[in-house]
Write a protein that binds this ligand. Structure first.
Ligand code: 8ID
Ligand code: ZN
Ligand code: ZN
Length: 349
């Protein structure tokens, strides 16, 4: 039985703490499903939404969250390929037009009409969430809903970014922000893809965690006197990593990566520090023939593939559990950069 009211964390005003309160449960439209969210990961993007620090406005009031895993409890009359009781995930791309040039070419994240969970439409920090049926993530029944939640944004995004980098098995990738949510998943995907990993982050907790996740070396950005030199020195020939995955929330590394990436190498920007700019020296970039590109979540096939890595047991990233009612505590820790790995909220608490 679907209740008429539910618990949710609501952003009422940008820049203020989230409010835990009861709100109505919505009914799915013809092409939508209603998912009883059991667990949701907390992504740094959710904090950007609360702070309103991106050049794109959120809806208000807003229910954030876009790493929600749960059970389908209702569906609209046009939905015939999702069953009540199926396990499903709500990801950042809640829906897209499916008809524009980008959607036709499976670049749904580039769709101008894309609906963004927990940003332009209500997301997963509530017990019952609406999503367009065409875009929900299909979660196999054997997968643990709590452990898989972070895959639904962090996992998909870093998996796509690693593919976009073109790095091949045996090559080396530097992961900048490796101890955070996206970074910890990136270590596991990179390991599963046969890559050698240089983890870059700060502090001993993240050093130890990334080593367990498969990194062969660690550069501490908080204590290193020469990050560029230390990253290059961590490669066997001293020429730098073949690819750099930038998932830090800080401008500095976005201005350093081009300096240590290997000639012919690729820098992938994924993190979205507010107001930041990428920078690269023209001379070195040209004579090193480097590539710098952005990577934005993933399409439906990337999502299914990232989930299948998890299903096959290749991805085990650390997470800490907490009740949905305590979401603000997670934001406070995230703001201070104190979270190693991911937090997952349990919507029943
Ligand atoms: O599709 C996308 N492009 C996409 C998808 C999902 C998330 C982009 N994002 C963005 C988020 O909006 C956020 O800006 O990726 C960024 C990282 O999200 P996250 O992994 O959820 O954040 P986190 O858990 O706070 O981890 C950030 C890590 O960066 C480290 C921190 O110590 C932390 O571990 N870090 C920082 I801040 N500065 C660093 C530096 N200079 C650094 N690591 C290395 N060098
Ligand atoms: Zn996210
Ligand atoms: Zn479209």
């Amino acid at each position: 039985q679907i209740p008429t009211e539910q618990w949710a964390q609501v952003v009422e005003k940008t820049g203020q703490p989230v409010v835990y309160k009861k709100i109505p449960v919505q009914k799915p439209g013809p092409d939508e499903v209603l998912i009883n969210i059991k667990y949701s990961g907390v992504c740094h993007t959710d904090l950007h939404a609360v702070n309103g620090d991106w050049p794109l406005a959120t809806k208000l009031p807003l229910v954030g969250g876009h790493e929600g895993a749960g059970v389908v409890v209702a569906r609209g009359e046009l939905v015939n390929d999702v069953e009540i009781g199926d396990h499903a995930g709500v990801k950042w791309i809640n829906g897209s037009c499916l008809a524009c040039d980008f959607c036709q070419r499976s670049d749904e994240p580039l769709c101008a009409k894309a609906l963004l969970s927990g940003y332009t439409v209500d997301g997963t920090f509530q017990q019952y969430c609406i999503a367009k049926a065409a875009h929900i993530a299909r979660i196999p029944k054997e997968c643990d809903l709590e452990a898989i939640a972070p895959v639904l944004c962090a996992g998909i995004t870093v998996y796509k970014g690693l593919k976009e980098s073109g790095a091949r098995p045996g090559q080396t990738v530097a992961i900048v922000g490796a101890g955070g949510g996206l970074g910890s998943l990136a270590c596991q995907y990179a390991k599963a893809m046969g890559l050698n990993i240089i983890a870059i982050d700060g502090g001993d907790e993240k050093r130890e965690m990334t080593a367990k996740l498969g990194a062969s070396s660690f550069v501490d950005f908080m204590t290193s006197k020469n990050v560029v030199g230390d990253v290059k020195a961590a490669t066997s020939d001293g020429l730098g990593p073949h690819a750099v995955i930038l998932v830090a929330v800080n401008e500095k590394p976005f201005q350093q990566a081009a300096e240590y990436v290997r000639p012919r190498g690729t820098v992938i920007a994924i993190g979205l520090p507010a107001g930041a700019y990428l920078r690269a020296p023209v001379f070195e970039s040209v004579i090193k023939m480097i590539t710098i590109k952005g990577s934005y979540v993933g399409n439906r096939a990337d999502s299914a593939e990232a989930i299948d890595f998890f299903r096959r047991g290749l991805i085990k990233a650390p997470y800490k559990s907490i009740g949905l009612s305590e979401l603000q505590k997670v934001y406070d820790l995230m703001h201070e950069g104190k979270i190693a790995g991911r937090y997952v909220v349990d919507t029943s608490k």
